[in-house]
Design a binder for this molecule. Sequence first.
Ligand code: 26V
Length: 822
Amino acid sequence: MNVAIASAALQPSRLTPGTDVLANEILSCLRYRFGKDATVAKPHDWLAAAIRVVRDRVIDRWIESTKEAYDDSRKRVYYLSLEFLIGRLTRDAFSNLGMMEEMRAALHKLGVDLDVIAALEPDAALGNGGLGRLAACFMESMATVDVPAHGYGIRYENGMFRQEFSEGWQVELPETWLDYGNPWEFERRERSFEVGFGGLVEFAEGDDEKHVWKPIERVLAVAYDTPVVGWRGERVNTLRLWSAMPIDPIRLDAFNAGDHIGALRDFTKADTLSRVLYPADATPAGQELRLRQEYFFSAASLQDIVQRHLSQYGDLSTLGQKAAIHLNDTHPAIAVAELMRLLMDVHGFALEKAWDITRETFAYTNHTLLPEALESWPVHLLDRLLPRHMQIVYSVNSLLLKEARDKDTFSDDSIKRISLIDETGERRVRMGNLAFAGSHSINGVSALHTDLMKETVFADLHRLYPDRINNKTNGITPRRWLLQSNPGLTQLARETIGDGFLDDVTLLRDLEDYAKDGGFQEKFTGVKRRNKERLAALVVERLGVKVDPSAMFDIQIKRIHEYKRQLLNIIEAVAVYDQIRSHPEKEWVPRVKFFGGKAAPSYVNAKLIIKLANDVARVINRDPTVRGLLKIVFLPNYNVSLAEVMVPAADLSEQISTAGMEASGTGNMKFALNGALTIGTLDGANVEMQEHVGADNIVIFGLTAEEVAERRREGYSPRDVIAQSPELSQALSSISSGVFSPDDPDRYRGLMDGIYNTDWFMVAADFDAYTDAQRKVDAIWRDPQLWAEKSILNTARMGWFSSDRTIREYARDIWNTPTVGG
Ligand code: 26V
């Protein structure tokens, strides 16, 4: 299906050359770069040619942006992230450059439909979920608010897996996004660095103070650069992704001796480093390859950063004044030890001085409190793979523990918790503590999450360094999540309040004046209706299921995880199904419940939840007694591009995590900006969304984070709760007894027993509050004007959640660098 692309037409700028010129450039690109003419060019060729023509225009700004940063010696920001969940790039770039309409016209002249070829671009899915998508939004916002920034990551050949369903079960298939090449990237062979592993540490000759690490293995990190265009194309930053290569691609001696496989061993070994993205976002990866990936990209990035700094300033003692290195979670935390190594072993700084420079340079964002997602590496593994780094960890640990001991207010237990080494079982290095100790700023991603960080994982470190933890509530880029994905709403807003909000999305608040205006409500609802029709068409195309666009579209899209509680949503659907059948006389609000999301391949319960949703969908969707009042649709292969179609089509956004467990959420922001009402718990950024949109315009239910903690402390008994709720008992027992799995009646017994016995995620405890909240949603829906008003107010009041605001706060409070606008 083609998703219509319209852009917020900008004033023609010096970047827009005119339709005829563009059309000619596309033709000559086809001819001279690809050796084809219009008669033989395939759709992929047209796309590649169109991209190159635009890319060439980006290059001038790119070079200028890079030069400017040299000229005025501005501080540079380096964003280190193992994930960048970009999605398609082309629309972003065309639209930010204001070239969309001209490109459309130029291609049209050549008989090519821009929407058709744009849909061919694969998603760059180099991330799992929220953390990776946030990195992509941040890259776009840094370019927009004029922060000179480089993103650093890995150029995975296989990004996030493609999800298919086989009889309702998730099947993972490799996604090969580079099959047709990647016209946006530039390979920089000349920008390559060696990265070592293993070996031993020696003293430098004649100097017992200085250590020399002699790795036994070496690989080459080769840079691939992608330009990141800010809004209106003023600044173009760089996303630099590293690809691993063997230093000697082939061992000729082995080859000539007939050992053809052995001759290529180095190649295979290096190649695996940048081969696949780890598809887990909360379960411990544990494996050596993951640590190798983390060190590989951290070490390459640091060499690059240090080299750039030295060539401009000549001396590393000023590094922290001229460079801010940001750690996106602990995945690049080994960079702290690597910078220490470079400063001490290569550049001769003493331990304390190196530690000062390091802390001045680094900052760290924590994205989860889930204990199982907090990284730690066995000491023996780090020692074998990175022996010098292990020594450095011990050295900085003694500085850290001395500071704590000197204070006299820390008990032995609290010193044990501050230590970089966890000695409670197998000795492990705590990467969160290393990142914290090595940074001058540690931030959470919503107000609630930051408070919880101070009270839980980092309580002791926070007591030792009370000024370091700060909050930076997440945001989303309004360019991708409004202007591009919802051209209808963008156009309506422009007609109503003018163009100011294109540059400052908080100006959407001017729409508040129209929230009760019947004429405007009708137009607003009309836009939503067309977005729903577009999604309905996609559902027919992908699943052969018909859904009615006048029903409420209730959507939960995100990674499948027990704490996100897709199960609560499914059980509620089962309860409603029971009700519809047992009370056919009652009036029900017609709903379509949409799901989308991937489960980590090793996460058994998450995969079972997907199967359950599909089993429940099959039964409900085929039951004539339901009379179409309830439908369930699980769209496979949820990714950024699918989100761009689903988000603008939502009436209701499900943000129902167990309070205290979702660090922020960013999908919640995308939906509300596009006019969906939220049903949600007081978790993550939902709390701040309630403050911004107003308590009347969001439906909040359930236990608070504090209450969840209290219930767990006092010994929560789900069985008692279930016994009190006939609806819940009925739903659980029908799932448990095989009503939805007649082919395997015990399939869900274990999953349901988990709720009866432990219910760690408080599904039972929140169930009645959730169903009450859903009936409240129904009541609002029955009053279309009231719904429209609340929906408009959501759009009008979500501007604060722009990632431009978030980045300005990072720049001001953490990186100490100026921004424009705002
Ligand atoms: C953790 C791990 C653990 C080891 C295995 C591989 C792996 C890969 C990713 C992660 C990160 C999980 C943390 C995460 O994605 N957090 C999400 O960050 C979003 C942006 O701040 C936030 O909105 C979500 O609430 C939070 O769950």
